[in-house]
Ligand binder design. Structure first.
Ligand code: HSE
Length: 337
């Protein structure tokens, strides 16, 4: 039996509990043992919820329970989530998360802590929602020198841009709908100003280069300046507007990383990625282009990726499987160049 604690019973946390419950048989078959949610940490109570008896309010209960081997951090933010993640890893408990802000800010330290304590810090859900992207880059594209990654990495903004383009929808109303659907961040400014895509870009770039990439140094522009007039112009030229994350590893090892709205021709593989979907084009020096597509936000797709990480941790107890990246900082190309 693998005992799991879920920190934060919001959209993603409740999704993780649901995925582990609904797919219990398939999951235990693949893991070789049962995975059980023993605790759900939240400030609130959830009367009437099927898991209400698992809800606790004190993280120490989880930390001191030697039978908890995996913790899902689905709280978000970089305050308590950071402290709890550190404490869990130091106690040898693996942590799986969808918290891109925390991974982008403290991933280097947390990966090193996991390695030191022979456990795992896994964050597949932090980039591309349900798309199995990070694991593929780390475990499958191992023979490649990755030269570039171009992606639509934010479901909310892609949803807004699609609705503005296709239905001439009002920006504010579409954003509200994205919030209702559980796509947007608690503070949607993180989505529309490009910060969320920037954090995901930092994580991807760190994985690709094997070095720490500081999100604060990535040139970032969101979609708040995109107007209906831009769509009219683009449509006359047969172009699409997409918020892209662009990562290029130059021959000299320097890194170009930028987040901004781009004009794409209709033939570009990412031009067809619409609504909440994300698409990521990875270019390897042997393979050429390979593309990944799937739901980039939303409760169950994101939770599915966290649950897959839980299974990975359960299968690899006592062994660190995520190489991640080193403390050395990647050198970024000056965008003006
Ligand atoms: N707000 C994020 C998005 C959630 O819309 O992509 C998934 O990271």
């Amino acid at each position: 039996m693998v005992n799991v604690a879920v920190l934060g019973y919001g959209t993603v946390g409740s999704g993780v509990v649901e995925v582990l419950g609904r797919n219990r048989e398939q999951i235990s078959g693949k893991t070789g043992e049962e995975i059980q949610v023993r605790y759900i940490l939240d400030l609130r109570d959830f009367p009437g919820d099927p898991y209400e008896d698992r809800v606790v309010h004190d993280f120490n209960l989880i930390l001191e329970d030697a039978e908890i081997s995996v913790v899902c951090e689905t709280m978000g933010g970089v305050g308590a989530a950071y402290q709890f993640t550190k404490q869990a890893l130091m106690a040898g408990k693996s942590v799986c998360t969808s918290n891109k802000e925390l991974v982008a800010m403290h991933g280097t330290e947390l990966l090193a802590l996991a390695a030191e304590h022979h456990c795992n810090y896994l964050f597949e859900a932090s980039v591309g929602g349900g798309i199995p992207l990070l694991r593929t880059i780390q475990n499958s594209l191992t023979a490649e020198r990755i030269q570039a990654v171009t992606g639509i990495l934010n479901g909310t903004t892609n949803y807004i841009l699609t609705k503005m383009e296709k239905e001439h929808a009002d920006y504010g109303e579409v954003l509200k709908k994205a919030q209702e659907l559980g796509y947007a961040e608690r503070n949607p400014e993180a989505d529309v100003e490009g910060h969320d895509t920037c954090r995901k870009t930092a994580i991807l770039a760190s994985l690709v280069t094997g070095k720490t990439v500081d999100a604060a140094k990535i040139e970032t522009e969101g979609i708040t300046g995109v107007t209906q007039a831009d769509f009219d112009f683009a449509s006359k030229k047969g172009l699409r507007i997409k918020l892209l994350s662009v990562i290029k590893v130059e021959e000299d090892g320097k890194l170009l990383a930028v987040v901004a709205p781009f004009l794409l021709t209709e033939e570009h593989p990412l031009a067809v990625v619409e609504d909440v979907f994300n698409g990521v084009l990875v270019t390897g020096n042997m393979l050429g282009d390979t593309m990944f597509y799937g739901r980039g936000a939303g409760k169950l797709p994101t939770a599915s990726a966290v649950a897959a990480d839980v299974i990975d941790c359960a299968r690899n107890r006592g062994r660190t499987v995520m190489e991640g990246w080193s403390r050395e900082e990647a050198e970024l190309v000056d965008i003006k160049e």
